[in-house]
Design a protein around this ligand. Sequence first.
Ligand code: MN
Length: 232
Amino acid sequence: MNPANISRREFIVAAAALAAAPLLGAPAIARAASPFVLPPLPYGDAALEPVISARTIGFHYGKHHQGYLNNLNKLVAGTEMAEMSLEKIILATAGSPEKAGLFNNAAQVWNHTFYWDSMKPNCGGKPSGALAEKIDADFGGYDAMRKELAAAAGGQFGSGWAWLVVDGGKLKVVKSGNAENPLSRGMKPLLTIDVWEHAYYLDYQNRRGDYVNAVLDKLINWDFAAENLAKG
Ligand code: MN
């Protein structure tokens, strides 16, 4: 693995393995996935202003994301899940009522890391290259895709997420409630927008649509979506 190209999800596993290795005296690569650690934010707390305030990022990353991570580490400690990657925990617990706590916390850890990477200062607007061509082919153009994504984000009743995914080789927009994510539906996520109130309430109060439009027009990270599209 080239460290320069390490993904944020791989960072979670690698950092935990490195932290555990000296203690257990075995090759880092063989170590358990947990305890999980939060990858650093890909930008400073204030970097997404004025669309998303430093105060929102401080609570969202520092309290909500960290809170899911702390819960997850408590829940997997001493269980077979302590040996599993985040993705494997999500797939192993999805749809299982007795494992809802594990699923919710594992998925929320994954979803938030994916969300931070789905935004970047001074981005937004239209993508280019292969992703733009695929959007044209599967949606009939950027405007139609953007309309669908904004509608999914605005129309998710209560807490949840809006996603651009690949499903069966085609781009699609889907939404999910609470911690649900497209991995457990066999889809490949390209990007996401968090529409839990904690993502926007300090800055936008009830105006979720204003938050979604601002993210789409000024922050959405098409490079990240294109990287995910290119992955096998
Ligand atoms: Mn959130």
